[in-house]
Design a protein around this ligand. Structure first.
Ligand SMILES: Nc1ncnc2c1ncn2[C@@H]1O[C@H](COP(=O)(O)OP(=O)(O)OP(=O)(O)O)[C@@H](O)[C@H]1O
Ligand SMILES: [Mg+2]
Length: 256
């Protein structure tokens, strides 16, 4: 398979801004990759648990149990759909953050190693809450690439540049490759949208991925605890997520 060279690809969907559609994008992207034949694990680093609400039953172990060293990472992996696996967050994720702070570098390196050992997966995706914590830090340090959802609005480019700067400061010398910058909730009925998109492409060039348009099918699918591919595979939402998945797959194809 194309991913062999870098397997598993460990991609964090991250932006410090809230409500951009990060969890919607990441959960559906995980299913898209799974449907395209890539074994995908989604690690949920957000106690809101929006993305993992598609699970039909609550897993016995959560990310908190892993980060507090109660269980091994493999024990917290739950099959959500064929080829699509989830490590769910729980309401006690703060406890995990405190534990990591107390344990220091051992906790960070321990989690990173545990993630590295999951070589059976093609992709590991991480989703975050917009607020910073030791859990955010541990998961970012365990990943190699960054997928950055953003809204097309005034000053969004300045905001992204500032965010990259802050991340570099916080993560010290850990370098995260930019897998892509993804405009989300794109609404072409708004007059400035084309201009903002062009500005983004002028600045970040081929890092700008296929866009995710605004589509009510996303919130509707979530109301039924389904991915967009289960709810409406013909929707523009499903098409956009698939295009994004293909972009990421191509980006990881080191054989050209
Ligand atoms: N492309 C889209 N079109 C329409 N609605 C969307 C789209 N993406 C996300 N939404 C809706 O926007 C809301 C916020 O989405 P989501 O929870 O994915 O954002 P988030 O960035 O993860 O938020 P948080 O920062 O709180 O984690 C949800 O109701 C979701 O259904
Ligand atoms: Mg979210």
């Amino acid at each position: 398979m194309q991913q062999e060279a870098k397997k598993p690809r460990k991609i964090s969907t991250y932006n410090m801004k809230g409500g951009l559609g990060k969890s919607t994008l990441t959960g559906n992207l995980a299913h898209a990759l799974a449907l395209l034949g890539y074994k995908t694990l989604f690690i949920e680093c957000d106690m809101q648990r929006n993305a993992s609400s598609i699970l039909k039953e609550r897993p016995e172990h959560s990310l908190t149990d892993v980060l507090t060293e109660k269980v091994q990472l493999s024990k917290a992996i739950h099959e959500a759909r064929e080829n699509y696996f989830i490590v769910q967050a729980d309401r006690n994720l703060d406890e995990a953050a405190n534990y990591i702070v107390m344990k220091g570098w051992k906790a960070y390196t321990g989690f990173k190693r545990a993630v590295q050992e999951l070589t059976a997966y093609d992709f590991i995706l991480f989703d975050y809450s917009p607020s910073w914590s030791a859990v955010t830090e541990a998961a970012l340090l365990a990943s190699d690439e960054l997928l950055v959802p953003c809204e097309l609005e005034p000053y969004s480019i300045d905001g992204l540049i500032e965010m990259f700067h802050k991340l570099r400061e916080k993560l010290d010398e850990h370098k995260l490759e930019i897998a892509g910058i993804t405009p989300t909730k794109v609404d072409f009925s708004s007059t400035m949208t084309h201009q903002y998109l062009q500005q983004l492409k002028d600045t970040f060039k081929d890092k700008v991925t296929p866009i995710i348009r605004q589509d009510k099918q996303f919130p509707r699918s979530q109301a039924y605890r389904q991915t967009i591919f289960e709810f409406n595979v013909k929707s523009k939402a499903a098409q956009d997520i698939t295009e994004l998945a293909k972009f990421l797959i191509k980006g990881g194809d080191t054989n050209g």
